[in-house]
Ligand binder design. Structure first.
Ligand SMILES: Nc1ncnc2c1ncn2[C@@H]1O[C@H](COP(=O)(O)OP(=O)(O)OP(=O)(O)O)[C@@H](O)[C@H]1O
Ligand SMILES: [Mg+2]
Length: 212
């Protein structure tokens, strides 16, 4: 910022293995989203090394980073980020259409993923006709349809009431049991406790918590 260097993350030394379900827990402004953006190849670090799936993405250009984001990572956001004018089915199938899959297969696969998140009977609804928790489940189906190596969720329960939030976490637990690697960012201790491992972050410094 001008002549001032703003250090956001410092002392991040961390390995997350395939198949883990990790919560990154910290107060507002501690650097959680910054860390998520680096993990998700949305932003780049200024110092240190970051290896994703064993590869140092240091010298990747914008196109290569975009294709990594597209192939390897499924994103879930606090505000769902669904396309309001389209049906839930279309929202979920879009990642496959972007990859050039034919529309028929994409539709069938999208149905399968909507059923998996318990929304088989809401395929033709628009996002606004769904509850917040249901919208987040649509977003999760959309994140998973491309079979990403990593599901990255930034405050996925932040806009939900407690019960819907618990449903989303239960879904994450089920997905993790089925082999999905999940990194979930939260400032909520109770939400974090549902993960298998908690990484605490304060003022850009991380330290590991207990494994549960
Ligand atoms: N684009 C930016 N330019 C300058 N400073 C930024 C930028 N983005 C974030 N910061 C600063 O970096 C620090 C960490 O922000 P970050 O968004 O990572 O926090 P967070 O832990 O996700 O917080 P919250 O829980 O409120 O979402 C904050 O001090 C913030 O002001
Ligand atoms: Mg944040």
């Amino acid at each position: 910022m001008g002549n001032n260097v703003l250090e956001v993350l410092r002392g991040v030394d961390l390995i997350i293995e395939e198949g883990e379900f990790v919560a990154i827990l910290g107060p507002s402004g501690s650097g959680k989203s910054t860390m998520m953006n680096i993990i998700g190849c949305i932003d780049t670090k200024t110092e240190g090394d970051y290896l994703l799936d064993g590869k140092n993405i240091e010298n990747f250009n914008e196109d290569e980073l975009a294709s990594i984001r597209n192939d390897k990572i499924g994103f879930v956001f606090q505000k769902f980020n669904l396309l309001p004018r389209f049906s839930t089915l279309h929202n979920v199938e879009i990642p496959l259409l972007v990859r050039g899959q034919n529309t028929k297969t994409a539709k069938v696969t999208a149905q399968k993923y909507l059923e998996m998140v318990g929304l088989g009977d809401r395929m033709h609804h628009k996002p606004i006709e769904l509850s917040g928790g249901q919208q987040q489940r649509v977003a999760i189906a959309r994140a998973l349809i491309g079979e990403p190596e990593l599901l990255l969720a930034d405050e996925p329960t932040g806009n939900l009431d407690q019960k819907s939030g618990q449903e989303i976490i239960a879904l994450f637990q089920k997905l993790n049991e089925e082999g999905n690697t999940i990194i979930m960012i939260t400032h909520d201790e109770h939400v974090a406790e549902k993960a298998k491992r908690i990484i605490r972050i304060t003022d850009g410094l991380i330290y590991e918590g207990e494994r549960g």
